[in-house]
Design a protein around this ligand. Structure first.
Ligand code: GDP
Length: 361
């Protein structure tokens, strides 16, 4: 599955946040025998539709979609110079599908800031600079070979051009992502073989004091700083405390700081969005479940997420939209009203599709 790497300067609250993430581990709750890597936190993407579906179908349990966060310790200035920890750090980021930077915005004289002052803007630049330098090194290493290849092979010319363009952007101190060259999209395609870091989607977590959780002006300022990346505002200590409380106490604590849901829930949603994912839903007496697919996935691809045999033997998918199902009150009533559609192998899945696959075994 896709993973989001958590990075950030020392002392910004990464461990505190990661601790909160692992306390919330939905895998541990739902799959007690699953092996979970110590540096991976699996968080459920809250979806109230599942609770409703469980009601309609009398499902025993609800299984939300999940997002995997990986703790990538050890960024330091000079990481791109590739010494020891720095190398391992860059390798771990390369393996991630998105980069989530934790940024310190909380004030606390007892917690030392590595650069002596709390400045989200400077911290973001510091990390971006390391990633940009690492990409520039990658490019400089391959450029002579690419130039040679482009001279003899026409089909290598677009790659050389794309790499030269990327180099210019990086030399201006910009990430490729912020320049619109993003992993999984057309402009990033020729760069694929280089495994660059800054083409990955970025996501920012601002670790803020409680007052800033409801400070719209402050948040708008930080959002502008990181756009087009998504920004999430949370207090890592508070998130960690929430993990120790029962539901009712947790809700009370959240309300006392003006929040409707835990910051981790917001983060899971933003992570899901950043990775370009969406869900479809299934429901029955055993479980109501959200399945994760890439945006734009077809019905057979969606079936393949449940089981590869479902994809191989795919015949068709019976689909009711969540809203129409709820309006009808039951699957039988939705069918009777003609709300259940039969879709074939070219159908592109939509958010909120409630699905039953028909397949050959
Ligand atoms: P890391 O080095 O980025 O992993 O940071 P840690 O999670 O170890 O946090 C560094 C210090 O900051 C610890 O003493 C934490 O208790 C403290 N800390 C983390 N989050 C917050 C926060 O939201 N507010 C305050 N005041 N302190 C925090």
């Amino acid at each position: 599955s896709l993973t989001i790497g958590i990075v950030g300067l020392p002392n910004v609250g990464k461990s505190t946040l990661f601790n909160a993430l692992t306390k919330n581990d939905v895998l541990a709750a739902n799959y007690p025998f699953a092996t979970i890597e110590p540096n991976v936190g699996v968080v459920g993407v809250p979806d109230p539709r599942l609770t409703k579906l469980a009601e309609i179908f009398g499902s025993e349990r609800v299984l939300p979609a999940t997002v995997d966060f990986v703790d990538i310790a050890g960024i330091v200035r000079g990481a791109s110079e590739g010494e020891g920890l720095g190398n391992k750090f860059l390798h771990n980021i390369r393996e991630s599908d998105a980069i989530c930077q934790v940024v310190r915005a909380f004030r606390d004289d007892n917690v030392v800031h590595v650069d002596g002052k709390v400045s989200p803007k400077d911290d973001i630049e510091t990390i971006n600079t390391e990633l940009i330098l690492a990409d520039l090194q990658t490019i400089e290493k391959v450029l002579p070979r690419l130039a040679k290849e482009a001279r003899v092979k026409k089909d290598r010319q677009p790659i050389l051009r794309a790499v030269e363009e990327a180099k210019t952007i990086l030399e201006e101190g910009r990430t490729l992502f912020s320049a619109g060259i993003r992993q999984g999209t057309e402009p990033a395609e020729p760069l694929r073989e280089l495994h660059l870091l800054t083409v990955k989607p970025f996501l920012y977590v601002f670790n803020v004091d409680e007052e800033e959780l409801t400070d719209e002006a402050f948040q708008a300022e930080q959002r502008a700083l990181v756009a087009p990346a998504e920004a999430v505002f949370l207090n890592a200590k508070l998130e960690s405390d929430l993990g120790e409380l029962d539901d009712e106490e947790a809700l009370e604590l959240l309300q006392s700081v003006g929040q409707e849901e835990p910051g981790l829930a917001t983060l899971a949603r933003a992570g899901f969005e950043t990775l370009g994912l969406q869900t479809y839903l299934t429901a029955g007496p055993k479980e109501a479940r959200a399945w994760t697919i890439k945006r734009g996935a077809t019905a057979p691809e969606a079936a393949g997420v449940i089981h590869t045999d479902f994809q191989k033997g795919f015949i068709k998918a019976e689909i009711v939209s969540y809203d129409e199902l709820v309006e009808a009150g039951s699957l039988a009533d939705a069918r009777a009203k003609g709300r259940a559609r039969m879709e074939g192998k070219d159908y592109v899945m939509r958010d909120g599709d409630v699905v039953e696959f028909r397949f050959n075994v």
